[in-house]
Design a protein around this ligand. Sequence first.
Ligand code: NAD
Length: 492
Amino acid sequence: MNVYRNYINGQWLESASEKTALNINPADVRDIIGTVKFSTRGEARGAVEAAYNAFKDWKNTPAPTRGKIVARFARLLEGDQENLARMLTREEGKTLAESRGELQRSINVAEFCAGEARRLNGETIQSELSANFAYTIKEPHGVVAVITPWNFPVAIPVWKIAPALVAGNTVVFKPAEATPATAVRICELFEAAGIPKGVLNLILGAGAEVGDEIINHAAVKAISFTGSTATGIKLYEQAARRGAKVQCEMGGKNPVVVMKDCDLDLAAESTVSGAFGSTGQRCTATSRAVVVDQIADEFVRKIIEKAEQMRIGDGADSTTEMGPMVDEKQFRNVLKYIDIGREDGAELLTGGRRAPGENLENGYFIEPTVFDRVTSDMRIAQEEIFGPVLSILRVKDFDEAMLVANDSQYGLTSSIFTDDPNLIFRFVHEIETGMTHINSPTTGGEAHIPFGGVKMTGIGAREQGSTALDFYTELKVVYVDYTGRKREGNLY
Ligand code: NAD
């Protein structure tokens, strides 16, 4: 049995902990992939200390040299793409096509960040005083904690670790409990790329223990977290007490607004792919369709037709369009929300139960589920379900659509389907989300384009793109007086 090990100070170490969990293929629970040991708080402190001790040398390593290691990692990731994609599907459940896409995004991000190592520029600034000038330098924080969820277990760690390293920080990486295999592989590839010992450390274990230990450790100067809003806000409170920098990307409840003048087939197809792609287990998933009354019946008919045609199964099968829930906890949670939707009076149009069928009985499969006549006050319209459940909210016009779309504590992404340019610009102006899409699904992003949300979804600098390194650097301002005498003027 494969027992996953921690990677601390350049060594692969098995945890001494007695607490373990099995890593199980969610498409077939008889397929045991390995055993994860829940590391101790002491081992977590060891990982932080290794990162702390490695920081000075890494900071003093020229940024382009740091970038070369990240570039080598990108090439190794490319060489390992198919292997890692299959590992990801087996561990997390998404389809192989989705896993390959996630790997491609990760390669793109690593390439982008490697290039940023040659652009770690500050600015020179003219002073008010003669024979004086000022400039800025971007410097690393020190030890950065990277805490990640299970739903994009390759891409999210890469889009945090790569910029953190390029900026000159050392890293303690704490992946989600459910996805240890992919986390180990990422670190193996960084090791093969030549990362010096202690610069990147992996600690496997429970969020409430090793995660808690890391975020409260005085040597950890910054924390980049992606996960649920409940965990993120708690972490933010704790880190604030000791002044640590925090970046949190959290939950979503992403709306698509469907207007009467749109291409209805395109809107339905995009909504189905946004709602049920990755089994609805992505932060950018479409969970609310806000539809004007005039076309609602026809839109709903098209959605149901497409949802019922989806092929559910093991992601490793090339014909599968939707895989399982990641684990039993998520499986039960989604079924619980389906019950809540029924109890709150929403109209269940399709799905709503464990998916029946040959070869599905040993996995955590749920049918694509659509509720109609959902109202904004219902829990299924407000709370993140994180599964293949779409709520249809009917509205009379654009103004009501905007009220409903914005009636959420979350603000990650959104989209609108309309051919009216005035409505498009009004939508972009009024929608309260960090990202938005016009006539395309709520999902998707690119390595060189910033990513993140507002309201209870996002705290701190945006990830990726031109802002990828913002969170991982401090700005130092330098004043140089080259008069050689006492300052004559005053600076206020
Ligand atoms: P989660 O909050 O349960 O866990 C995320 C990580 O935090 C895990 O590694 C976990 O072990 C750790 N953790 C848990 N408790 C902790 C604590 N007390 N201290 C420190 N660390 C702790 O989230 P999840 O279920 O793994 O992921 C799903 C969530 O992630 C969804 O809400 C989804 O929307 C969100 N997500 C957001 C984005 C985004 O960019 N906005 C992207 C992907 C996923």
